[in-house]
Design a protein around this ligand. Structure first.
Ligand code: SAJ
Length: 437
């Protein structure tokens, strides 16, 4: 049998050993799903605390069921290493490492390059490498492939290389790794065939495309679609502010249209490790081709402006309350980047806190999911959401609309609430003490 046939057979009978590099919000759910269907899975996790937790059967990713992780670790189907010494044991190696931006919004492929170099040192015939990290079209072919072929092995002959962009929506209870369709592109037909066979073992719908570049572009388009539409409703909010209209009322009414529209809502900015970042990977690549992706640039500009707009609105409200910003005490409700998560990466609430502190205000926060905050020079602990804490604040700003918070209680005890998420939409009493973004 050819290396390809042997590998496909091992994938189909689940005797293939699966490696997952990067056990974060993408890698760990994937590793557990593969282990649950019987694959032996070896995680490669650079963070020794995380690797130790996995080997102790302890979960740290909200989208993974604790019992699922404990079970696959207990029966030896999932273990974690902190180095690449066991790569030769793996038949499939899935790369799920971060793809951040540098300070000037250009792709930072450090993690992909380092990991690929490590894999290349242990690469052997018969292995499939699949990149799941979101990145610009060309990364798999132009960055990973040369590094891997530096091993002397030839793609499509000796090993296989594919891209299958992750589509995890953190906190989404309905769509999980298993029931979210996945896109697969190979550097050649054999790589595509092997990769499709692999993903078909645990994902209900696998969508093959003609190349790794097409697969890479699908994902950055998906996130650009969101960034542009969020920016559109944020721009509408800025305009409504000038017109003395409520963007929330206008949008709720617009979204009653049963076709040709889908709900997006304004907010204090756009956080997370995807939407504020991934479109700029596409923007950067397009510029290489002398093409300006104007929508991406404009969306980023508008979305990054929103924390400043929150500051402006907060100052306006304080003026109405005859509160001097530099003497003001502000309580921020919610620092996670979106509701019901504990993740603060790129969270707009952090930017709002910094802007208010720059005005001289003293700022506290309450977030039921984030007990401690130590990010971007801010070191704070979540305070208890008591009537005293609320009434002691000159202004309460809702920056994340966690469902665990009692907004009736907040409005009842707060002097005034600046609500950037319309979290108080069901609060009837005290509407005069609520200002919406
Ligand atoms: N946001 C708004 N208004 C909206 C929607 C979102 O202000 O109408 C804000 C959120 O509060 C958050 C940010 O934008 O701060 C990003 O939220 P998100 O849910 O769009 O993005 P992520 O990073 O949590 O999850 C996304 C996935 N989300 C959905 O498809 C709903 C998807 O874009 C990707 O599969 C995933 O990231 C990824 O890993 O790329």
């Amino acid at each position: 049998m050819t290396p390809q046939e042997t590998l496909v057979q091992k994938i189909n009978d689940h005797t293939a050993v699966v490696g997952v590099v990067g056990l974060g919000y993408v890698g760990l759910p994937l590793a557990v799903e593969k282990a649950k269907v019987g694959f032996r899975v070896i995680g490669v996790e650079q963070n020794p605390q995380r690797a130790a937790k996995i080997n102790a059967g302890q979960n740290y990713i909200a989208d993974v069921a604790d019992a699922d992780l404990a079970a696959v670790v207990a029966d030896g189907r999932l273990s974690a290493a902190t180095d690449f010494s066991r790569v030769a044991e793996m038949d499939v190696i899935v790369v799920c490492v971060p793809t951040p931006l540098t300070k000037n919004l250009t792709p930072d492929l450090r993690h992909i390059e380092n990991v690929t170099g490590e894999i290349a040192q242990h690469l052997r015939p018969g292995q499939l490498v699949s990149l799941e990290s979101t990145t610009y079209p060309g990364t798999t072919d132009e960055v990973m492939l040369p590094i891997l072929e530096g091993s002397g092995l030839k793609v499509e002959e000796d090993f296989f290389l594919a891209h299958s962009p992750e589509r995890v929506d953190p906190g989404n209870q309905r769509y999980t790794t298993k029931n979210t369709s996945t896109i697969v592109g190979g550097v050649g037909p054999r790589s595509l065939e092997v990769a499709v066979a692999f993903y078909r073992q645990t994902i209900l719908e696998v969508v093959p495309v003609s190349s790794t570049k097409a697969a890479e572009l699908v994902k950055v388009f998906e996130n650009t679609f969101r960034a542009v539409n969020i920016a559109l409703v944020n721009e509408l909010t800025l305009l409504c502010d000038r017109m003395g209209l409520s963007a929330w009322e206008v949008l709720d009414a617009a979204f009653t249209k049963p076709f040709g529209i889908m709900p997006f809502y304004p907010g204090p900015g756009v956080g997370g490790h995807c939407i504020p970042i991934d479109p700029h990977y596409l923007e950067w690549k397009a510029r290489e081709l002398n093409f300006n992706t104007r929508f991406i640039a404009l969306a980023g500009e508008i979305n990054r402006h929103m924390p400043e707009f929150v500051r402006e609105k907060a100052i306006r409200v304080m003026n109405h309350l005859a509160v001097v910003p530099r003497n003001a005490h502000v309580l921020i409700l919610g620092v996670a980047y979106k509701r019901d998560l504990d993740d603060c990466r790129e969270s707009p609430a952090i930017e709002v806190i910094k802007l208010l502190q720059h005005e001289g205000a003293s700022v506290d926060y309450h977030d039921p999911h984030v007990p401690e905050l130590a990010q971007d020079g801010i070191v704070l602990s979540s305070i208890a959401l008591t009537a005293e804490a609320l009434s002691a604040a000159d202004l309460v700003i809702v920056t994340t609309d966690h469902t665990a918070v009692d907004y009736e209680f907040v409005v009842r005890h707060a002097r005034h609430v600046l609500d950037t998420r319309n979290a108080t939409k069901d609060v009837e009493t005290g509407r005069e003490r609520i200002t919406l973004l």
